[in-house]
Write a protein that binds this ligand. Structure first.
Ligand SMILES: Nc1ncnc2c1ncn2[C@@H]1O[C@H](COP(=O)(O)OP(=O)(O)OP(=O)(O)O)[C@@H](O)[C@H]1O
Ligand SMILES: [Mg+2]
Length: 227
């Protein structure tokens, strides 16, 4: 599903070698934690899956497609198939929760007749049906993050990527977010979560990839969290 073949990434502006010789295979339906110190390359790796950059060398494949060959409209199409969750929720401040979700459905070209059902279903998944008319400023940080996850999954993406989705949350809220990712995983999505949170990794023993200075130094199933 996601395949990295000898991938290196050097940021041209600073000549920083953010990733070096990454070989990685993530299968359909797998759940993967990506851990490592600040600057280890976690966000860079996720950026390559989204094709925000092309690797300096090597190749990234998603569903068998070398991302380097995607151009123009095909890049947008590729990104629409991926649900991305950031550390800061990035909701549109002037729109309510349901309007934020409808906005995505419009972009995805989903017929209007389906919106109400899709929005209710996804809000049920994140436990926030009762907040559908709230504006982002009326939500707690944890609630806003759950809406951000709802937004990422409302298009039924087969891949969900999250970059520090619980970075701003206390442990209880972080575990509530984890439950949402577990539910998404249980439905068959491939999920990659970059995190610093030991609690998260230990609460859901899954494949854990440890990056150090741009290289994979460990890749194993289980809850061991040693950076
Ligand atoms: N846009 C950029 N331009 C230049 N260098 C960058 C850029 N983004 C990241 N880097 C560098 O690439 C390396 C990897 O950064 P990256 O953001 O991938 O790390 P990270 O593991 O996500 O860290 P954190 O846990 O702090 O989010 C770092 O040395 C960083 O300074
Ligand atoms: Mg990062």
């Amino acid at each position: 599903m996601i395949h990295f073949h000898r991938v290196s990434l050097e940021y041209p502006s600073t000549k920083t070698l953010a990733l070096y010789n990454i070989n990685l295979e993530v299968k359909k339906g797998e759940f993967v934690f990506l851990v490592g110190h600040s600057g280890a390359g976690k966000s860079s790796l996720l950026s390559l899956i989204l094709k925000r950059f092309d690797p300096t060398s090597g190749a990234v494949y998603v569903n068998g497609q070398n991302l380097k060959t995607l151009k123009g409209n095909r890049i947008a199409q590729h990104r629409r198939r991926i649900g991305m969750v950031f550390q800061d929720h990035r909701l549109l401040a002037g729109l309510t929760v349901e309007e934020n979700l409808a906005f995505v459905l419009r972009v995805l070209g989903v017929p209007k007749g389906e919106w109400r059902d899709r929005i209710t279903r996804v809000l049920r998944t994140v436990g926030l049906v009762h907040k559908k008319r709230a504006y982002p400023y009326q939500l707690s940080v944890g609630e806003a993050q759950r809406v951000a996850i709802a937004r990422a999954i409302i298009g039924n993406p087969s891949i969900v990527l999250a970059d520090e989705p619980t970075g701003n949350l206390d442990p209880d809220n972080a575990l509530a977010i984890l439950e949402v990712f577990k539910a998404i995983h249980a439905r068959g999505a491939t999920v990659v979560v970059a995190t610093h949170s030991r609690e998260l990794v230990e609460a859901y023993p899954q494949r854990t990839i440890v990056l150090r200075s741009g290289q994979i130094v460990r890749d194993e199933k289980g809850a061991r969290y040693n950076l």
